[in-house]
Write a protein that binds this ligand. Structure first.
Ligand code: C5P
Length: 325
């Protein structure tokens, strides 16, 4: 009887060992198959990104909208397509023609770098970026240390740092502005101009040299401090691409913050997004001031569509979104 029980026990042990071996074999087969599939389909992996989760891999919203071929910045060699110029000139009722535009751009590259200073993707470095919008939800967030760690830190318009360091951090590598939202920068920060009319391009040159004396829909600084060698000018065709492809032509044109975010999708491997989101009344209030215009909403921009898109990108792990306080 005892011998019988011993044999039964031994048999059961053998069966469970065989089961474990079979399971291991199955797992190995699946891994080898997936590995082989990935090698045969290099577009499914991002060979230039070593981040834990790369922006440029796979599917859904991101792949539907992302178009790598549109250049984010103007260069001395680039010529803006007519259709993009015609779309762009309607944003702020530009009356002057393409020739004036292209002569003005040509003049810019006499004093600013002919191509932008952007880090190319590389298999041995993960380019991490923080995009910092100006939402009131940054107030009390204590996000400062989470923002400061990134390679690229993009801020914009009249955003404040002094007095808000614990919430918004201290470092900046790129500051996006247009004449009506211009700020003085230190010598190490890239000035990124988002131009909305030819006068904005003229302003850039003059504000950094002889001084600008024109007028606009708001007061404009005649001179600003910034390093001329770190100036970059956003491409109007890239704005059109964001409006049409990412925002399906909603709103008059995309907000500075949303364009900064799509820019980051093109030049970063890993993106952390802060300072986006309207207040409880649907207004785009700022973290450093009380709302002046109670009926501001999101201006001419498709604020709720932009916000939904940000949430979707976060769900798909293309960005990490910090919702604020
Ligand atoms: O107000 P301002 O345009 O300077 O803010 C920068 C960007 O931050 C906006 O273009 C918008 O994309 C974003 N923002 C936001 N929610 C707010 C304020 C600003 O999403 N409450």
């Amino acid at each position: 009887m005892e011998l019988f029980l011993f044999k039964e026990h031994h048999k059961k042990k053998m069966i469970s060992k065989v089961k474990v071996l079979l399971a291991l074999l199955c797992v190995t087969v699946v891994f080898v198959y997936i590995g082989g599939f990935m090698l045969q389909n290099p577009h499914l992996q991002d060979e230039n990104c070593i981040c834990k989760k790369c922006t440029y891999d796979n599917e859904n919203l991101f792949m539907e909208h992302f178009n790598k071929s549109v250049e984010p910045f103007l260069t001395a060699k680039y010529s803006l397509p007519d259709d993009a110029f015609n779309w762009w000139r309607r944003l702020q009722n530009e009356r002057r023609n393409y020739d004036v535009y292209s002569k003005t751009v040509e003049g810019l590259f006499e004093i600013f770098p002919p191509s932008p200073d952007i880090k190319e993707p590389s298999p041995d470095h993960c380019r991490t970026c923080a995009v910092v919008g100006n939402s009131g939800n940054l107030k009390g967030s204590r996000y400062g240390p989470l923002i400061n760690v990134h390679d690229v830190i993009i801020r914009m318009n009249t955003g404040r740092i002094k007095g808000y360091e614990a919430d918004v951090g201290t470092r900046t590598t790129h500051w996006i502005m247009y004449p009506e939202s211009a700020m003085d920068l230190d010598n190490n920060t890239h000035l990124v101009l988002f131009p909305f009319k030819i006068q904005d391009l003229e302003w850039l040159r003059k504000a950094l040299t002889t001084g600008f004396s024109g007028t606009s829909y708001m007061p404009v600084k005649s001179k600003i401090k910034a390093n001329k060698d770190l100036v970059m000018v956003f491409n109007p065709a890239f704005m059109k691409y964001i409006h049409e492809t990412w925002l399906e032509k909603k709103g008059k044109y995309p907000s500075t913050g949303f364009m900064a975010l799509v820019l980051a999708l093109h030049i970063c491997d890993e993106i952390h997004v802060f300072g986006f989101g309207a207040d409880k009344d649907g207004n785009w209030s700022h973290y450093w001031e009380a709302l002046k215009d109670k009926r501001l909403r999101t201006g001419v921009h498709p604020g709720s569509h932009e916000y939904e898109t940000i949430l979707k990108l976060a769900r798909q792990l293309k960005i990490k979104f910090y919702k604020g306080w």
